[in-house]
Design a protein around this ligand. Structure first.
Ligand code: VGL
Ligand code: ZN
Length: 206
C-alpha cells in the first residue's frame, strides 16, 4: 500500500471544542484518525497557520465573522474569528493525535494577504503549497483524507487533490463540518469531481 497516503487536515486546538473556531464534534475524528494512522506508512498533516491581522479574520476588517465577507485580490474571502495564530496554543496540533510516524507537517495560510483552505493550492487557486510534489516524489497516487473541516479545508483539499491527478477518497466518519448547508454543497462538488468517499470501518476491514 505504499502508493497510499493518509492526509490529515487541520486537527488543531482552535478547531476543537473550546477553540476559537470550534467545529461541532470536531474531536470525534481523533480516535478514528488514530486507528487509521496505524494502517498507513505515509502520513502528512496540515496545520492552518495564520499571522495576526490575517485577511481571513473578521477582526482585521472590523466585520462580523461567519456572515460578512471581503473582496480579496483573488475573489471573495469568508471571514472567521481569529484562529490558529502562528505559535499560539490554538494553532497546535491536537495532543491526542497519535501519529508519530507522520513524515510531513505542511503549514498553510501563513501569508497575511492570502488564505489557504486547500492543502495543495492557496485561495488564489494558483500558488502551490508544494504538497502535490511531495506526494509525487514519494510515488503516492491514492490519498485518503480526514480531519477538519468537511466544507472548507478538507473539502477544497479533496477538489484540488483531484485536479492534481491523485485518486482522492474522503473518510467520511473521520471528518466533521462547520455548516450543514455548505457540507451538502461540498459533497455535491465532490461527486461532480469524482472524489470517492468511504467509512473507516470499510477501509480498515478491506
Ligand atoms: C478552516 C476556516 C478557516 C478549516 C480553516 O480548517 O476548514 N476553516 N480556516
Ligand atoms: Zn484558517
Amino acid at each position: 500500500m505504499s502508493q497510499d497516503a493518509l492526509l490529515v487536515i487541520d486537527v488543531q486546538r482552535d478547531f476543537l471544542t473550546g477553540g476559537s473556531l470550534a467545529v461541532p464534534q470536531g474531536e470525534e475524528v481523533i480516535p478514528v484518525i488514530n486507528r487509521l494512522g496505524k494502517k498507513f506508512a505515509e502520513i502528512a498533516l496540515t496545520q492552518d497557520w495564520h499571522p495576526a491581522g490575517h485577511i481571513s479574520f473578521a477582526s482585521t476588517h472590523g466585520k462580523q465573522a461567519f456572515v460578512e465577507t471581503v473582496e480579496a485580490a483573488y475573489g471573495t474571502q469568508a471571514l472567521w474569528p481569529d484562529h490558529t495564530i502562528q505559535e499560539s496554543a490554538g494553532a497546535e496540533l491536537s495532543p491526542d493525535l497519535e501519529l508519530p510516524h507522520a513524515g510531513m507537517v505542511l503549514r498553510k495560510g501563513f501569508r497575511r494577504d492570502i488564505d489557504s483552505y486547500s492543502a495543495f493550492l492557496e485561495n488564489d487557486h494558483t500558488t502551490s503549497t508544494g504538497l502535490a510534489g511531495y506526494f509525487r516524489d514519494k510515488g503516492v497516487t491514492n490519498l485518503y483524507l480526514c480531519g477538519l473541516a468537511w466544507d472548507y479545508c478538507v473539502g477544497f483539499s479533496a477538489l484540488d487533490g483531484k485536479q492534481f491527478g491523485f485518486n482522492i477518497t474522503v473518510i467520511t466518519d473521520a471528518v466533521r463540518g462547520i455548516d450543514p448547508q455548505s457540507m451538502t454543497e461540498m459533497t455535491k462538488r465532490w461527486q461532480a469531481a469524482g472524489v470517492s468517499t468511504v467509512t473507516s470501518e470499510t477501509l480498515l476491514h478491506r
